[in-house]
Design a protein around this ligand. Sequence first.
Ligand code: SF4
Length: 393
Amino acid sequence: MIGISKLYCGTVSEGDVLRYGDKNLPANLLQFARVKKPIIVWNSLQKCNLKCVHCYINADDKRYKDELTTEQAKKMITELAEYKAPVFLFSGGEPVIRPDLFELADFAKAAGMRVVLSTNGTLITTEVAKKLKDSDFSYIGISLDGIGEVNDKFRGVKGAFEKAREGFRNCVKAGLKSGLRLTLTKGNIDDLPEIFNFIENEGINRACFYHLVYSGRGKDLIKEDVPLERKREIVDYIIERTVKFQEKGYNKDILTVDNHTDGVYLYLKLRKIDPKRAASVLKLLQYTGGNSTGIGIACIDCFGNVHPDQFWRNQTFGNIKDRKFGDIWDDTSNPIMKGLKDRKKLLKGRCGRCVWVDICNGNFRARAEAVYDDPWMEDPACYLTEEEISTRV
Ligand code: SF4
């Protein structure tokens, strides 16, 4: 993730991060962790009450008999905590549907992990928000892909926008730290001004703008991805509105996610107006090292299969019902896992000759595989010019 407020607006400097070291980073600086014990995304179930067109796990309306039981999930959490995974993120399907959500969250907290929820927000009633607060969820990420009908069209269910807005409001009332997650596509980029107004009017303190990763139903949407020639215009707009928030004195954390090209672009843009701060930003980007698939982020699906990140579903390294997560994660006998842990020499095409690979790390391999059927080819969502990827100074 690329912290636009923290990097472009300079609300964080390299000193702020280095002062803590890798182990003691506070929650607001975790995006700069160089760790490399992974954050765990757990797709706790396949079932969802919505039908989003870009759903990366192809969620449906069923529970499956092989999904991890409460006891199996607790065993997994215990092993993850022993492995020192710092964050346990409940995702889905829609995790609020899982009846043991709060029991498992309490268990993970007691085991020493931070718990985070990724949700469509439509089921967060006042009562659910209170329970989330009681279970000490440190962050609630709510997906919204536009205003009103634009969102409902993405979500495949009429009324989803109103219900998600209610979910936001209930989180804010309950004192939960919550944020908006939006996946950028051709169908919603014209809604961005309204989205920023929504963030302002609803008192939302964090927003993550995701670039599309071609996975699950998102694979059918490749043609709906923001065209390369419009990506920098969109990032420019996100930067412009973030700066306006700062000027108004709002402490809002605005980020882009799933395209490390944004880090290079942001640095190059900043270099023209403030070379000194740009140099500090470059150090922070180098410190975090770009894409962390297979290193700093891991995904476990509802059946216990371990994937290199939440999007790369067709790559599986083992199942936590058979082996401990740490044993699976550290096992580099699988060539993809081995390659991900040290990928620079494997990258091909533009990524193979790029001078920014130390801060991008080749971006998303799942996108390369979806388009070129080769996990080490260039990321097709990189919008930098040939000149930009060839010249460092
Ligand atoms: S060419 Fe590849 S490594 Fe370079 S910035 Fe683009 S995506 Fe990243």
